[in-house]
Each structure stands twice: as C-alpha cells, then as structure tokens.
Design a binder for this molecule. Structure first.
Ligand SMILES: C[S@@+](CC[C@H](N)C(=O)[O-])C[C@H]1O[C@@H](n2cnc3c(N)ncnc32)[C@H](O)[C@@H]1O
Ligand code: SF4
Length: 454
C-alpha cells in the first residue's frame, strides 16, 4: 500500500499511523502496574447505585476472515465453547460477589469473535448470571454482534425472547470478488434473511459493519455496497477503515499487498461512501459511523454529548464498564484493567479463584486532561482548549507545544484554528485520529502498533 506521509496539501496526513483512541492512553501502553489487587480495590470503590455497562468477549469464529483484526480463534468444537462459557460464568459470579449488588446494569454488549456462536440457552445463562451484578435498568441496551453466516433458524426469535434489543451485523462488503479475497463468502440473501428474522423477532435497532480499504475494492464498488446496505434499512452503519497490520495479525499476510487500494483510493472511497450516507439522510457520527437522524447517536451529536469507549461511539455510556472474558477491558473511575489474552491463563486464573487481569492503566491528572481533548475531537471534531484549561485549572500556555505541532495540519487545511478553538474541517474528518494524536503524550514512547489513518 502506498504511503503518502509527509506530502503537503490534502494528503498531509495520508498514510500516517495513529491509534483509534477507543481508550486514552491506547491499550498498547497498558502495563502490569494494574494487577488483580488494583482491580479488586477499584471494584470495592464502585459507588452504590453506579450505572454499569457490561462487555462480554466471545473469542471464537467458524473460519478466519483474512482481514480480521479482532481477538479471536477458529473452532468448530461446541465443547470448547461450553468450557469457555463455564469459566465466563465463574468470572461473572466472582465479580458480582465483590460488587455486592452496588451496580445498576445500563448496557450489556456481547462482542467477539462471534458471540452468535453461543446457543440461545448459553446466552440466557449469561444474562441470568449478570443479574447478580445488579438490577437491570428497564431501558438497558442489550446488544450482540452477529455474523450473519452463523444465524440458524429460530435464533433471532430466541434473541428476542431473551430481551436483546440491538444487533450489529458483520456485512463488510457485498462484492463477490472482494468476499473471495477476504475469505468471507456471504451472499446478500444471507444478510437479508438475518435482517428479516431479527425484525420479525422485534429487534429493529440494527447496525451494519462495513469496511473500506479491502483488497480489490474501488470507490465505485464501495459505493455499490453502501447502496445495497442502505436498501436493507439499518439504523446505524459503521464504516471502518481497514487496519492492515500483518506483522501483528499473521493471517492478514494472506492478502497480497498489491491487491490493496492506495491511501488516496481509500480517501476517495470514504468520501464517496460519505456522500451516499448524507444523501440518504444519515448523520455522520464521529470518525466512522453514520446513523439515521432520529437515532440516539445522531441526537447525541446534536446535543454535543456523544461519547466514545471500547465499543465505539455511545450516546451516554456509563463510566464503569466491566469486561468479562479473554482480552476484555474494564473501565473504572480510576483507569483501565484488561484480562489476559491467553485462553489457558484466563481459564486457570478464574478456576483458581483469581482475577484474570494482567495489565491496565491508572489515569494521572494529566491523562484526564488529554483524554478530555482527544474525546472531544474524536466525538465532536472540535475542542476549545481554553475551556479545557479553565475546567482543569491549568496554565494558560499548557497546550503551546501542541498548537505549534498542529501547524502542518492547519496549513494543509485539515483543521481550522481560531485562537484556542480547533475544528477538524468537514472532508478531512476521517483524519481526526491524526489531529488527536498531536495531544497524545505517549505517542512515540512505544513502537508503533497502529494502523494507518488512510
Ligand atoms: C467482532 S467483528 C463483528 C462480528 C462478527 N465476528 C462478524 O464479523 O460478523 C467486529 C467488526 O470489526 C471489523 N473489523 C475486523 N477486523 C478489522 C480490520 N482489520 N480493520 C477494520 N475493521 C475490522 C469488522 O467490520 C467486524 O464486523
Ligand atoms: S471478522 Fe468477525 S467472523 Fe471474521 S474472523 Fe473476525 S471476528 Fe470472526
């Protein structure tokens, strides 16, 4: 893939590597100073009545999509999934005991991997176990990521019975040539059937995941996929930029470099897709999402309250998120705690009655300042540095070095700056990661493990 870093004008940021900032600092900075003891203390300090979000990670898929950047493994053995479930239930029970009923569940998200490989009965067992964490808010969002290829007859109906009210479908791309090149054959009829079944089961809040930057895609082919996706009537669409990091994800090496679009072609894909969404009346949400005008995310954009966490953009996410399962990340008022990414280590720790947390991060006062700036940019594309300085009681020149570093992006027209007010300019919104990176105090302190901005 061509890298066009360093060129002036419109492409000043193309090819630059930067984190996606679902956390600050990014997870590659986490270290062992947050361990089981720290997590125990943070859990004990969760105030009574706290809103709590839950994330459950299911690290299994039937086959590997070659572009996949998620933490997952391939299995066709139901007994392996059943064994994982048993440990997951034990982890939930241990956390519930430590929390002693102080939580109030406001959102539950099953992610992966492919949580749709769990049976309805297994999902039911997990939801029942979660009742011990705290009472479920009647308005709680209960969401699941679905691989449409795993949907079996009656599955959607089962989800409806369990109270699921949102589903995210992995669509990616409808073009058969692209599907062949990513090892994910998924005819449109399969997605259509999944959508119909979910709607019939009363699950009408449907998200689609699409990716641009995949092998053999062109701006025209991505636009066709967007059109076909819109015909199926999703409420939200995530349009992810393909993160190609074959050094970290070996299977991505099965995608030959020469089949990948250039950074400039990716920019054209994004802009063309964006026009389709705008024409269809969708509101752009942050860097890579689009939502129907009356969707909660669109309303949050208008109200200036959109927020970001590990699951992406959210209208009003709880401060405390408990992650369960291999690799999942919890967020507390004090910082982040991540479970081990090793399935055997996870199983052994939980079975021995220990916490599977292996690393994390405690926010410093300065981290909170930078997180506020980065969150504002990632969610609303603008930030008033003077307001941040006032809010945190900082010296007036606190961001002098960053303002100087923004100059090339300002000269390239990516941002507009008026005094302390910084705004990412419309067509360059997909470059917001590059702008946020200017405020990242840790960037460069560890080897790069991020994908390119485009
Ligand atoms: C856990 S998967 C969704 C559920 C299910 N496993 C599936 O694929 O249908 C989450 C989403 O991450 C996105 N994704 C995975 N690998 C990616 C990559 N390397 N770059 C960008 N997006 C990626 C895909 O759009 C995928 O749908
Ligand atoms: S994209 Fe989804 S289905 Fe494909 S390998 Fe990754 S997690 Fe599994």
């Amino acid at each position: 893939m061509a890298t066009e870093q360093g060129r002036g004008g419109r492409g000043a940021w193309l090819g630059m590597a930067a984190p996606r900032y679902t956390s600050y600092p990014p997870a590659n900075l986490f270290d062992g100073r947050v361990d089981a003891d720290v997590q125990r203390a943070w859990l004990a300090a969760v105030p009574a009545g706290s809103a709590i979000g839950v994330y459950l990670h299911v690290p299994f898929c039937r086959s590997m999509c070659w572009y996949c950047g998620c933490h997952t493994g391939i299995t066709r053995r139901p007994d392996r999934i059943a064994a994982y479930l048993e440990v997951l239930l034990a982890e939930i029970a241990a956390t519930a005991k430590a929390l002693a009923g102080r939580g109030r569940l406001t959102s539950i998200h099953f992610g992966g991997g492919s949580p749709s490989l769990l049976t309805i009965e297994q999902l039911g067992q997990i939801l029942t176990a979660l009742n011990a964490i705290g009472e479920r808010d009647p308005a709680a969002e209960v969401a699941i990521e679905i691989d449409p290829r795993t949907m079996i007859p009656g599955y959607a109906e089962g989800l409806g019975r369990l109270g699921f009210n949102r589903a995210s479908l992995g669509v990616q791309d409808f073009d058969p040539k692209v599907q062949a090149a990513i090892n994910r054959i998924q005819p449109r009829a399969q997605v259509e059937a999944a959508v119909q079944d979910l709607r019939a089961a009363g699950i009408t809040d449907l998200n689609f995941d699409l990716i641009y930057g995949l092998p053999h895609q062109t701006p025209a082919s991505v636009a066709r996929t967007v059109d076909e996706a819109l015909e199926l009537g999703p409420r939200r669409v995530a349009l992810f930029s393909y993160a190609h990091m074959p050094n970290l994800k070996k299977h991505q090496g099965l995608i030959p470099d020469e089949t990948l679009p250039s950074s400039r072609a990716k920019l054209a894909m994004y802009l063309k897709a964006q026009r389709r969404f705008l024409k269809a009346g969708f509101t752009p949400i942050g860097m890579d999402h689009f939502a129907e005008k009356d969707d909660e995310l669109a309303v949050a954009v208008k109200a200036g309250t959109l927020a970001r966490n590990f699951q992406g953009y959210a209208p009003n996410p709880p401060l405390t998120v408990l992650g369960f399962g291999v690799s999942s990340i919890s967020q507390f008022r004090e910082g982040y705690a991540q479970n081990t990414i090793d399935e055997a280590a996870y199983r052994d720790a939980v079975r021995a009655g220990q916490s599977p947390v292996y690393r994390g991060w405690t926010w410093t006062a300065e981290d909170r300042v930078r997180k506020a700036v980065i969150d504002a940019l990632m969610c609303l594309f603008e930030v008033d540095l003077a307001a941040v300085i006032r809010r945190f009681g900082l010296a007036s020149d606190h961001f002098a070095a960053e303002i100087a570093r923004l100059k090339p992006l300002e000269d390239a027209g990516v941002i507009r700056r008026s005094g302390s007010q910084i705004e990412v300019v419309g067509p360059h919104r997909m470059a917001v990661r590059a702008v946020a990176a200017v405020f990242d105090a840790y960037l460069g302190s560890k080897p790069l493990a991020f994908s390119r901005v485009a």
